[in-house]
Design a protein. Structure first.
Length: 223
């Protein structure tokens, strides 16, 4: 029996293609199948990765007995639906960030994974990097002194397109869910390390938007 984890990719967009191109470098995983809303799209994707199975629906991918884990790379609003379906199909789950659009949806996904006994992870790849672990270790050790202020910025230039997933409200667009979730993640990690914990949640969050210059979000932590 192979010791490798057999992956299925749910979705055929650019992020899915990036995942597929990097998976061959893994020592523990192999790409077994891809699922799309149309068979044509799945077959086009599979043509670039010989030997994998192409499924013309997400349901067919989740029903594939040769798939042990799925990478969910659909637009944001579909994450909850397909993460729950993957859990109910007994598949381990790596879901592209954000895990869901809101807290209630996230809790439903978490409970589905717990109920089915499958692994669930939100795809913040930087959290798995040794450098990130070392940052948290240094903070816990007090190597930089007491942490009193954390500043985190993440942005990129992108031309405006109202129909793009980055801007469309219907697709969960906007900076907070696309890149702001990274800054939230690292702030929680560093604050938690400073408190000797895995992460720390804020007591209060306030924000100020700005179209003329970058806005800001202020977090107040327990003292």
């Amino acid at each position: 029996m192979s010791s490798h984890l057999s992956w299925g990719i749910l979705g055929t967009g650019s992020i899915a293609r990036k995942f597929a191109s990097e998976l061959p470098h893994s020592q523990t995983g192999v790409l077994a199948a891809v699922g799309s809303r149309t068979l044509e799209s799945a077959e086009k994707f599979a043509a670039d990765h010989p030997g994998i199975r192409a499924h013309g629906s997400y349901e067919a991918l989740l029903a594939d007995p040769g798939v042990q884990a799925v990478y969910i790379s659909t637009p944001h609003p579909q994450h909850a639906e397909w993460a729950i379906a993957a859990a109910e199909a007994g598949k381990h789950i790596l879901c592209e960030k954000p895990l869901t659009l809101n807290y209630p949806e996230a809790m439903v996904v978490v409970e589905a994974a717990r109920r089915q006994g499958v692994f669930l992870m939100e795809a913040f790849m930087y959290r798995c990097h040794p450098r990130t672990a070392r940052i948290a270790e240094l903070v816990r050790e007090g190597a930089i002194g007491a942490v009193r202020l954390i500043r985190a910025n993440f942005s990129f230039a992108c031309p405006y397109n109202a129909e793009s997933r980055l801007f469309s409200n219907a697709l969960g667009g906007g900076g907070i869910l696309d890149v702001g979730c990274y800054t939230t993640s690292i702030v929680r990690l560093v604050a938690g390390a400073a408190a000797g914990r895995g992460f720390l949640d804020p007591e209060e969050v306030t924000g100020v938007p700005s179209f003329a210059k970058p806005g800001w979000i202020r977090w107040r932590w327990p003292r």
